[in-house]
Ligand binder design. Sequence first.
Ligand code: C2E
Ligand code: CA
Ligand code: CA
Length: 253
Amino acid sequence: MLDREDLSRELEADLRSGGVFAVYQPLIEVATGVLVGVEGLCRWRRSHGPEIGPDVFIPVAESTGLIHELGRFMLDECLAALDRWRGAGRQIEVSVNVSPLQLTDATFAADLAAKMIERASTPPALTIEITESLPLRHLDEIVPRLEELRAIDVGVSLDDFGSGNASVAQFQLLPLTEVKFDRSLIQSGSASAKEELRDAADRARELGLRTVAEGVETPAHLELARELGCDRAQGFLLGAPMLVAEMDAVLRR
Ligand code: C2E
Ligand code: CA
Ligand code: CA
């Protein structure tokens, strides 16, 4: 059995030799059905051994600090793809998951700003997604970092809302532009989940935040997103994560 250190070393080697890559999942505007953005998700093609998903290898990378290099790689990949799509005339946006650990790096925002200036063509079309489990922990450290990102026109999305114990009160504690409702809430079907979603959607609207329904797998889930007034929806019904070449083809259509 590989331990965390072994696994992280293997991931590090593969990251440096091209075994780590991004896939892209469509974000659809609910009102029009138009593809308006994509979320970049990390994949690891292991040189040996069974496939491991990001829900497993991201925590490993966090535990050893490799997440900083992995996170920079994902931002580079996603910004490069964004540039190409925009260069080809597509009004598309990109969202990238960022670990709370990356935000504890004091130069995170400055490094990202430098990357964006390097790509002079990149208009404000990048959103970073942070999970709702983090903010309560290092709030003092993270809020100023997020404010620096907002100052350079990077959007900030609260991911997985409803999967843990975040409350709508948090919407105001963080300098957010978007809230994503976790698939557990969207798919639940229970009256209490709908109530929680309605509350959260109303509060988000009052604060001028964009809302995204995650885990849309059925027409009923999409209908719920519409009912809630969600701006965007994401899920297997609308498009699974795909390789960049496949996304290129989708965007050419
Ligand atoms: P997430 O940010 O909530 O990403 C959405 C996850 O839900 C993705 O899993 C996606 O494939 C999956 N998904 C999308 N639509 C549906 C659907 O309709 N039904 C179901 N059942 N699932 C759906 P994935 O790619 O395995 O990623 C898992 C988690 O790993 C992500 O959850 C995110 O927290 C983390 N992650 C992935 N890539 C990165 C990364 O580059 N950096 C960081 N820090 N975390 C990442
Ligand atoms: Ca996400
Ligand atoms: Ca999510």
